[in-house]
Design a protein around this ligand. Structure first.
Ligand code: ATP
Ligand code: MG
Ligand code: MG
Ligand code: MG
Length: 462
């Protein structure tokens, strides 16, 4: 079943207008990336722009959660349900229908189109929301409805913007598959898998924290395509579904080592990160040392590090681009159009990091020998500055060893470097004169410096 298409058609049959996915880089300075289906509609919810003639919309929105309020970068490789890039299916009502229809449509889609067994489904409502509970009791028994607090059942796009209480649908993947203590709704485990969030949009949060009622109560829903695809294919991990397995198979083929789920986190991280990198590059975001381009760089370098763990010693991620295009190219035709250029960009970026990764990991491992609980901030800075290891990459490596980092020292060294860079720029008349910056860095004598790229305040091996 083509779930994406079924979803769009289902809501079209309920008089919703199909709206194409918006770019990953939103037209919204408060957000790093488009992190939910509602983002492109934000100004309609807040009343800034008028409600369209048809106040009902449906979309499949590409999302990235790798920074800001919704950040799942640290979950990838650790859970079976999180990606940095994913597709969110959503139906929207701009002051038209509210809780009742939202609940009824969702129930109908899940039980009649997806045909998920009712006895596997659970729902949550905000602990203050008697109305939602009553509406749900027309479909499920009361003991399957959990009331949870703000942490789980109050949704907000970011620190500011539209928000409201929500109600979520969970799928029980079975005790036999998951039995960790954290496996309850609202917990961190994967047994009760959250599939769909119905947000009852009622407020707008402003930067001082106050909440103003929206012009009209509205509906925003979000369902993860990867999660429902996995369930409908009988898989207990998104990564075991047809959306990811061809990429994982390709990695297996390239490294000639069998993928075994229990030890396969690196394969999964790489499969996740190549999707994100391809989409961002194909949409025109480039590797950089700041902002969105730096998130992209960090993600790619994490992928390279996992490749290194698997045994790759030269660029390989670019060879996965075709697998992603074969899975998603039909829906997103710009992927195939940009594939060749993107492969070159990825290969180049990989090659840069492969130059220093071995020395960096050697330094890291040496330092581990001297580390009891807290890893040296100086070494983390050297890894960053000389070997091109973004701070979050070092932190991720430390997490695998259950170690902490002396971030205070790292920050101090960063700020010293900023001050030095500023001093050197003074009088040059142009803060972006790269040559000055390069000279300055070379003077500091960081030995294996193999390239540079300057930003206002940072340097790093490319
Ligand atoms: P979780 O609690 O599992 O982290 P969430 O509550 O943060 O999910 P929402 O913000 O409610 O997620 O987003 C709506 C839906 O989008 C979720 O119910 C889920 O199906 C999907 N989703 C959210 N984050 C991810 C992700 N990182 N990867 C894949 N799907 C996701
Ligand atoms: Mg989340
Ligand atoms: Mg949740
Ligand atoms: Mg949620």
């Amino acid at each position: 079943m083509d779930i994406r298409e079924e979803f769009l058609r289902f809501f079209e049959s309920k008089n919703h207008d199909r709206v194409a996915s918006s770019p990953l880089v939103p037209d919204d300075a408060t957000l790093l990336f488009n992190n939910a289906g509602m983002v492109p509609f934000k100004s309609i919810f807040t009343g800034e722009i008028p409600v369209p003639q048809n106040p009902r919309a449906v979309s499949c929105q590409t999302c990235i959660r790798a920074g800001g309020k919704h950040n799942d970068l640290e979950n990838v490789g650790y859970t079976a349900r999180h990606h940095t890039f994913f597709e969110m299916l959503g139906n929207f009502s701009f002051g038209d229908y509210f809780k009742e229809e939202a609940i009824d449509y969702a129930w109908e889609f899940v039980t009649e189109v997806l045909k998920f067994p009712k006895e596997r489904l659970w729902v949550t409502v905000h602990d203050s929301d008697d109305e939602a509970e009553e509406l749900w009791m027309r479909h499920v028994s009361k003991d399957r409805i959990m009331r949870l607090g703000d942490k789980d059942n109050f949704w907000q796009m970011g620190d500011t913007g539209p928000c409201g209480p929500c109600s979520e649908i969970f799928f029980d993947q079975g005790e036999e598959n998951f039995n960790g203590p954290e496996d309850y709704m609202g917990g961190e485990g994967d047994r009760f898998l959250e599939i769909w969030n119905l947000v009852f949009m009622q407020y707008e949060r402003s930067s001082d924290g106050t909440m103003t009622p929206l012009p009209k109560p509205s509906i925003d829903t979000g369902m993860g395509l990867e999660r429902v695809t996995a369930i409908s294919e009988g898989a207990t991990s998104n990564y075991s579904s047809s959306l990811f397995m061809p990429i994982i198979k390709k990695i297996e083929e390239l490294i000639a080592k069998e993928y075994v789920y229990a030890e396969g986190a690196s394969y999964r991280v790489i499969a996740d990160h190549i999707r994100t990198a391809l989409f961002l590059l194909a949409q025109g975001v480039n590797f950089s040392n700041e902002g969105r381009g730096y998130v992209l760089r960090r993600i790619l370098r994490r992928g390279v590090r996992h490749g290194y763990l698997l045994g790759f010693s030269e660029p390989f991620m670019y060879k996965l681009v075709d697998s992603v295009v074969s899975i998603m190219g039909k829906e997103y035709d710009y992927l195939a159009q940009k594939a060749e250029v993107v492969k070159e960009q990825i290969e180049l970026e990989e090659a840069r990091f492969f130059k220093t990764i071995a020395s960096g990991i050697e330094l890291f491992n040496e330092e581990l020998k001297n580390t009891k609980e807290v890893f040296s901030g100086e070494v983390a800075f050297k890894l960053y500055d000389t070997f091109g290891f973004p701070l979050d990459l070092t932190e991720d490596m430390l997490r695998e060893k259950n170690l902490k980092l002396d971030t205070a020292t790292f920050e101090e060294l960063m700020s010293q470097q900023r001050t030095r860079a500023k001093a050197a720029w003074k009088g040059s008349g142009d803060e972006a004169v790269h040559g000055d910056f390069k000279e300055l860095l070379e003077k500091f004598g960081e030995n294996t410096f193999v390239g540079y790229e300057s930003t206002k305040n940072r340097s790093r091996v490319l």
